[in-house]
Design a protein around this ligand. Structure first.
Ligand code: CA
Ligand code: CA
Ligand code: CA
Length: 100
């Protein structure tokens, strides 16, 4: 056993990494349309059912797909992990609940 320590291998996807969240649920507390094109571009999500947001996703280029995903794993209001893409958690294409 002289092999190097286990290395992180690329799963083969270039669409960003998968994020770890507090739970497996997806309760969308808020969806917002910040550029008023009728498509959601901000998602605020609770993944463990405690009613507090711990997953935040943003569509920054207006194509309706998530470009940045932030996870607040300890729910202290500060993102603990930020990844490109949807983090393996693509939102449903639903109309925004809030027009900003
Ligand atoms: Ca929008
Ligand atoms: Ca939560
Ligand atoms: Ca996008």
């Amino acid at each position: 056993m002289s092999q190097a320590p286990e290395s992180v291998t690329d799963p083969g996807s270039t669409d960003g990494e998968t994020v770890e969240t507090r739970g497996d649920e997806r309760v969308e507390l808020l969806r917002a349309d910040t550029n008023n094109d009728g498509q959601t571009d901000v998602w605020v999500v609770d993944t463990d059912g405690d009613g507090k947001a711990d997953l935040f996703q943003f569509d920054t280029n207006g194509d309706g797909k998530v470009d940045i995903t932030m996870v607040d794993i300890d729910e202290d209001g500060t993102p603990d992990e930020v990844v490109d893409g949807d983090g393996g958690l693509p939102p449903e294409q639903l109309p925004p609940t809030v027009q900003v």
